[in-house]
Design a protein around this ligand. Structure first.
Ligand code: LIP
Length: 302
């Protein structure tokens, strides 16, 4: 299987472009007043699904099952409809038809299709395509990460040094779980990212600032580009991150579990639903230092 990685990458790029065309047409026709209205599909008002999410996932699933009938499939909408897939050593495509569905609904242009492939349970191929900004990120294990297949990531060459969390631009997300303990914990962490150190707050970072794009996949791609230094999110799913984790790792970035355990800087388990990513730097030591400064101020949220 590993010998076929280039073929899988090329296929995933084609598929992402097809899916992206469906997404772009849906947004443009709504903007022109010719598209059908958004039909929301979920009960939870902060976790949205539209007809387009379903149509795109259906398209990707059909193309994959025709081309690679033996491969396994894990997709956001397939999961939402009650199908649980076991994660095995077989090649497994992990797909989010629209990452950033809330943005899609509002026309805010951070929307992407995310197509990842694991082989022997290892994230091996990743393609994330934002059709509204025409940015396609791709990577395969051992082959580097690229923007639009030509620009090697990170964009900064060599990457800027990573000295301290106080110099960092941090991405994070509100997420769809709006229960009070979760939102309070996330806001407290953002507070500590932004405010000055004091006796009461020795871990406060006074970071350059905080950003949220509304798409886990695109936040990770921004880390791969090197334009976001740190990304932390709790609550998103494997289909939001499976592809982009390959892209970050191949750009020289680090992705570890997004909790406050300072003994663990191992490559993240893609199913753990809490992620901390650090962009490429000259040395791994400085990446671990930034990760450890983040772990001083983020809570462990289960
Ligand atoms: C979204 C993520 C976003 C996160 C949301 C949601 P969706 O994915 O990418 O970062 O905060 O909770 O999971 O639902 O648009 O595919």
């Amino acid at each position: 299987e590993e010998a076929r990685v280039q073929e899988y990458l090329d296929f995933a790029i084609d598929l992402a472009k097809e899916a992206g065309a469906i997404i772009k047409t849906a947004v443009e026709s709504r903007m022109a007043g010719t598209g059908s209205n958004i039909e929301l599909k979920k009960e939870n008002p902060t976790d949205l699904v539209t007809e387009t999410d379903k149509a795109v996932e259906q398209h990707i699933k059909e193309r994959l099952s025709k081309t690679y009938p033996k491969h396994k499939f894990i997709g956001e909408e397939t999961f939402a409809s009650g199908t649980q897939s076991e994660f095995t050593h077989e090649p497994t495509w992990i797909v989010d038809p629209i990452d950033g569905t809330t943005n899609f609904i509002h026309g805010y242009p951070f929307v992407a299709v995310s197509i990842g492939l694991t082989i022997n349970r290892i994230p091996t191929v990743g393609v994330v395509f934002n059709p509204l900004l025409n940015e396609l990120y791709s990577a395969a294990k051992g082959k580097g990460a690229y923007l639009n297949s030509t620009q090697r990531l990170p964009l900064f060459n060599p990457p800027q040094p990573l000295d301290n969390l106080s110099g960092c631009l941090i991405a994070t997300e509100a997420g769809s779980d709006r229960s009070k303990p979760v939102i309070d914990a996330k806001i407290a962490a953002i507070h500590d990212m932004l405010q000055k150190k004091s006796d009461a707050k020795p871990f406060a970072a006074e970071a350059h600032s905080v950003r949220t794009t509304g798409s886990a996949a695109l936040n990770l791609c921004n880390v791969a580009k090197g334009i976001i230094d740190v990304y932390w999110e709790v609550g998103c799913w494997e289909w939001d991150v499976a592809a982009a984790i390959v892209i970050v790792t191949e750009s020289g970035g680090l992705v570890v579990e997004g909790d406050n355990d300072k003994t663990n800087y191992e490559p993240v388990n893609i199913f753990c639903r809490k992620y901390l990513a650090i962009r490429a730097a000259q040395d791994e030591e400085s990446q671990v230092k930034i990760a450890s400064q983040m772990k001083d101020l983020i809570p462990t949220i289960d």
